[in-house]
Ligand binder design. Sequence first.
Ligand code: CS2
Length: 461
Amino acid sequence: MHLGLGAFARAHTAVFTENAMLKSGDHSWGIAGVTQRSRTVARQLAPQDGLFTVSERGAGAAPLRVVSSITEAISGTDDPDAVVERISASTTALVTLTITEKGYRINPRTGGLDTTDTQIEADLTGQPPQTAIGQTVRGLQRRSARDAGPVTVLSCDNLPANGELTHRLVQEFAAALPRPEADPLCRWIEANVTFPNTMVDRMVPATTPADLDAVEDELGLRDEGAVVAEPFLQWVIEDHFAARRPRWEDAGAVFTQDVAPWEAAKLQLLNASHSMLAYLGMAAGKATISESVAEDAFLAACRRMMAEEVLTTISTPDQLDADAYCAQILSRFANPALGHTTAKVGSDGSQKIGPRLLSTVRDNLAAGREPRWAALAVAAWMQHVASTPAPQLDDPLATTLHEILPANRTATTVIPALLGCRTIFDEQLATQPVFTALLTHWYSIIDTHGLEGLRNEINHG
Ligand code: CS2
């Protein structure tokens, strides 16, 4: 079962699974994919029996490939019971998730499940579940009733300790059910389900109509479910499975006891720089990440954040050459054929700023250093929020953020207002004078001097 059948899942999880089957000769796997909010992908894939094309872009791109590991595409909105049913089937060994940060319904104050979320509340009442956590728990509940055996729930989203987080959210949902259901279910989950942590990596932009036309020209078939991706792909998985799994290691996945250092490197080096390039790029009118990283000042800001603020505070995996990893990230960003837009990477900033940038800010402050570059990225996000009208702001908190913003938007009014958003910044960080001063400094430069101001400040400051 896969929850969150977006472009990423098709270009990553489905490809790894097919490669594992091809390499290992164990062809017994198939993925039932579930779309969450939008039905589009289920509608696109169902008439083509789940088949879809991966079109790699950039140096080293493989020829077009049609992937066959998705055997079913279900709309979770239209058919939530089918989702519960598949999760509870004894033939299901894995529930994988790519539901994006906002799909988890986290209460940022507690780090646990947001039980005030209206859809979580509705799912708890016993109606057919619409949220991924609700669907997972209801599936596990039916599974326990049927005695269908152990299963692994594998989160593949860019969140720190994604497996532990999912475990907590699942247990909190189960515990919030009426007592007679909750107690046995929580015990069954503890005894039968594991939640390994993972680190996933592949840049997968949203497929455009032009991409579909290009695939059609080359393939000779119209594929509505085609996806575009960079050639690079990586998966690091904690080796803690409750049931059988595809031999993903045969497809190059790395199994380890400790994913945390991989995850920190990925989130705080790659995703943090990606977000920085997205917001700086949008401020400077750059449509794509490759155009943004082509701006020397922005490239320098990424390099300096990585070297001065991230590599000085995280411990990287022993097997990883950190300098080579950073250089590779920047060259992947520069891939001109990918067309990864700054708008897409910059979407859902309220969900991404925390996991990507704020530990770097905190760790540097704790070490007595100024988090100059991470603060630049946060300031650029703030400027993006303040300069984008609410209806155009692609963020689940768009309305909330605009409600707290003042009418007169300058550095000294916007920064305290946004720092007051407790779902993103805790009290301690929001009142930290060094951080506030850095944000004010960078925000003013972006807002009043634009690209020229940024160039001067980054190159000579
Ligand atoms: C990106 C990621 O959209 C975003 O926020 O930073 O999707 C990024 O492309 C992937 O994590 C790369 O593995």
